[in-house]
Design a protein around this ligand. Structure first.
Ligand SMILES: Cc1cc2nc3c(=O)[nH]c(=O)nc-3n(C[C@H](O)[C@H](O)[C@H](O)COP(=O)(O)OP(=O)(O)OC[C@H]3O[C@@H](n4cnc5c(N)ncnc54)[C@H](O)[C@@H]3O)c2cc1C
Length: 510
């Protein structure tokens, strides 16, 4: 039985809260926007997400007059979908659990996982300040799952447990930040222009940034003046062309925040900045997409980690060749192997006996659901012969026949000379045969705006562009992870950089 009184009370409270938020963050009529344009701002923050909100909070709490220019209809950016996984060394949370860790250990681990491809200066400032960020989040209401911190999940493990997230992932972070922002809005220390695009930067004759040209929801542009402009406009997952430009690879999946279209990169370039890091693009281990009409939504995730499920299938590329040890315990090895395959895609090949006996290959699916998926989903293929399976799935026929034969030999001898795989419970020999196509993808951009370790946007000669800063994913993921996925090393550095910039800009002013 439910308690209807308390249900009503809760929904009323939620309604009032939602109303307050909606009113505080409503888009403004032209006259009100014009009044804001007549002001001089201490700081203008372009994009109210993971990096932008802490920048606004810390600057405003130090007495700055802050204007956030936000392109979408709400604040929070990617936090609505981020897993919210944070990594920090020396946090109060770690100390409360007796975990010994230092920023130097964190630094060494990031450089180890990234095979020294991350930018050491950027990593250094991020890890040196990560614990203060997590402690601050905790002080404003963020909580971690009880068993956290852990060494890893989904990405290559850290050597020390410094990885944590809240029960609602990124939304746990957002729910901690939101009341702080609303309070500052109410106190008129922060103003927000919603549904307003930062379209251009205002520059003086010396090449210094002196404000932002912003376009409101009615298409009208106004100039907003400030000598501290912070670009925190996120990545480019909302624009396939910009995504391709910043990654050198297509946007395969529709998952990133759609309002992030790489606009901040164009702003920085227009002021003399440049992009770095594209060469580090790495796709993740892959998922089953709805179809090949890229960017496509994801249909299912495969379980490719040996700790969670030992492999029964073989993985082949479009030449029909096995290209990796299936379920290699190192996710980084699997990602790099997939990165080298044509189209960053592969097929899991199995037969009817495997479908019958193996635990389900897709996360959250039953074997029966997988079975009925053939004939229903675009990425599922079934055929009575390997030759037909190859034809229909787009895999080379001769290559597939050779790989299956060679795997079956390895299975019967118990010795996989090619990849050293040990778990080979069944041959692939009982029709019908099956293939599920998986696509390696990234949701983040690797390339981004070049900054110095103080987050000042720099020119190719290393000189800073006066008054222009950038933080968050607009810097490109590679700055903190190089050619790798390193747990928590996108979100934590975004929050940290915002926090440091908010503090620093006001310290500079004092
Ligand atoms: C599904 C998913 C899961 C993830 N999980 C993790 C994780 O667990 N751990 C981790 O470390 N990282 C994770 N990430 C990455 C991380 O969450 C993001 O990199 C980070 O949140 C980006 O923060 P940001 O402030 O740069 O951008 P955002 O938080 O996206 O904010 C950018 C804001 O700028 C606004 N904007 C864009 N262009 C303009 C413009 N021209 N004018 C005005 N406003 C503009 C947008 O509307 C948006 O509100 C994940 C990402 C995704 C998509």
């Amino acid at each position: 039985m439910t308690d209807s009184t308390s249900e009503t009370a809760v929904s009323k409270r939620d309604f009032l809260k939602a109303t307050a938020t909606t009113l505080a963050l409503a888009s403004l009529p032209f006259t009100a926007r014009k009044a804001l344009a007549d002001d001089e701002w201490d700081v203008i923050v372009i994009g109210g997400g993971s990096a932008g909100l802490p920048a606004a909070i810390f600057a405003a709490e130090r007495g700055a007059k802050v204007l956030i220019i936000e392109g979408s209809h709400r604040i929070g950016g990617t936090l609505d979908r981020s897993s919210g996984q944070l990594s920090a060394a020396g946090s109060a949370l770690q100390k409360s659990k007796g975990i010994k860790d230092t920023p130097q250990d964190h630094f060494d681990d990031v450089m180890r996982i990234s095979r020294n491809t991350a930018n050491p200066d950027m990593v250094r400032v991020a890890v040196d300040n990560a614990a203060d960020t997590v402690d601050w989040l905790q002080s404003i209401g963020w909580t971690a799952l009880p068993e956290h911190p852990v060494k890893g999940q989904g990405h290559e493990d850290y050597l020390i447990a410094r990885y944590q997230w809240g029960p609602e992932g990124g939304m746990t972070v957002y729910r901690a930040l939101e009341p702080v922002v609303l309070k500052l809005l109410k106190e008129k220390k922060v103003s927000v222009l919603m549904q307003t695009q930062a379209a251009d930067l205002m520059m003086d004759s010396e090449g210094a940034v002196v404000g932002v040209v912003a376009e409101g929801p009615d298409g009208k542009r106004l100039n907003y003046r400030s000598r501290n402009v912070v670009i925190t406009s996120g990545g480019a997952g909302g624009d396939p062309d910009m995504f391709q430009e910043l990654n050198g690879a297509p946007l395969y999946i529709r998952m990133a925040y759609p309002y992030n279209k790489g606009g901040g990169v164009k702003l920085a370039q227009s002021a003399g900045g440049y992009v770095r890091g594209q060469e580090h693009y790495l796709c993740n281990d892959g998922g089953v997409l709805l179809d090949t009409n890229y960017p496509s939504p994801q249909l299912a995730a495969a379980i490719t980690n040996e700790e969670q499920r030992k492999p029964w299938e073989i993985f082949v590329n479009e030449r029909g060749e096995r290209y990796t040890k299936e379920a290699d315990p190192s996710v980084d090895n699997r990602e790099h192997a997939l990165r080298r395959q044509p189209g960053h895609r592969y097929w899991a090949i199995f037969d009817d006996a495997i479908l019958d006996q193996a635990p389900p290959f897709l996360r959250g699916w039953t074997s029966e659901q997988i079975r009925t998926g053939f004939g229903k989903h675009h990425m599922f293929f079934k055929a009575e012969s390997l030759a037909d399976l190859a034809k229909w799935s787009g895999v080379d026929e001769a290559g597939l026949a050779k790989s299956v034969a060679s795997y079956n030999d390895a299975q019967s001898s118990g010795h996989d000379a090619e990849f050293g795989r040990e778990h080979m419970p069944l041959p692939i020999s009982k029709a019908p045969y099956y293939a599920i196509q998986l696509q390696g993808y990234s949701i983040l951009v690797f390339g981004g705006v070049a900054v110095d370790p103080s987050y000042r946007v720099i020119r190719k000669d290393g000189s800073p562009i006066p008054n222009l800063y950038a933080a968050g994913e607009v810097l490109g993921k590679a700055a903190y992870t190089g050619s790798a996925y390193v747990g928590g090393m996108s979100l934590t550095p975004a929050l940290t950089a915002g926090r440091l910039l908010g503090q620093k800009i006001m310290d500079l002013k004092a």
